[in-house]
Design a binder for this molecule. Structure first.
Ligand code: HEM
Length: 186
């Protein structure tokens, strides 16, 4: 079962989850609020991608989150997850269409059931890019995500995005977590 994809193999497919929880600063409310959400995600395997001696196997992914009754998602991502088996390196590159790109990385065993990826503003490898407005008003300084593959075939993520908001003195932890199960048509 997708052995070349290492710890990413179990993520291939179509997913959904309705137990998401977001904590963010709401500009319209002027306070930090918790928002439950539902999510649909698709992860499509591809590979190998060859860089000289390096061979990567990846998942082309997109995900979207909705508040309870909304028609349009309030958060989306597109990107790639990549596995380098020789280095044991997992990399996730994605775009948040607020004008943010993230390349988060970490190391794992091929059969890992849990792994953590990180990115930091200005890091030499795993870095964050953002538009001018966000760099001045709501700058993403650090990003980390932990993925857990459960025995029953579901998987969870728990992520923390540290934001330096102009309206707050201290960096603020914008957090998101959800558990995803295979969609009926996946
Ligand atoms: C499940 C994942 C996520 C959800 C559901 C989510 C949702 C939200 C929500 C509801 C807001 C508040 C917007 C407002 O009311 O003004 C927000 C703000 C923000 N999010 Fe996320 N977010 C997620 C992940 C991320 C990630 C991964 C990043 C960056 C790497 C990010 C960066 C930001 C930034 C910079 C803002 C501040 C915008 C501003 O105040 O001008 N978010 N997000």
């Amino acid at each position: 079962m997708l052995e070349e994809w290492g710890p990413l193999g179990p993520l291939a497919g179509e997913w959904e989850g309705d137990g998401g929880l977001d904590s963010a600063y709401s500009n319209s409310r002027g306070e930090v609020i918790s928002t439950p959400y539902r999510e649909k995600a698709t992860f499509k395997p591809f590979g190998p991608v060859v860089n000289g001696r390096q061979a990567l196997y990846g998942l082309d992914y997109k995900t979207a989150m909705w508040r309870e009754s909304e028609e349009n998602p309030f958060h989306t991502e597109v990107g790639y997850w990549l596995w380098d088996s020789d280095a044991g390196e997992v990399v996730r590159g994605f775009v948040v269409p607020r004008g943010i790109t993230v390349l988060a990385g970490g190391f794992a065993e091929a059969d890992a059931k849990q792994f953590t990826l990180e990115a930091e503003a200005g890091h030499a490898r795993y870095a964050i890019g953002e538009n001018q407005y966000l760099s001045e008003r709501a700058s993403t300084r650090h990003y980390t995500v932990t993925v857990i593959l459960h025995e029953d075939g579901t998987w969870s993520y728990d992520e923390q995005t540290m934001l330096k908001m102009a309206v707050m003195d201290e960096p603020f932890a914008h957090t998101d977590r959800n558990t995803l199960r295979r969609a009926a048509d996946g």
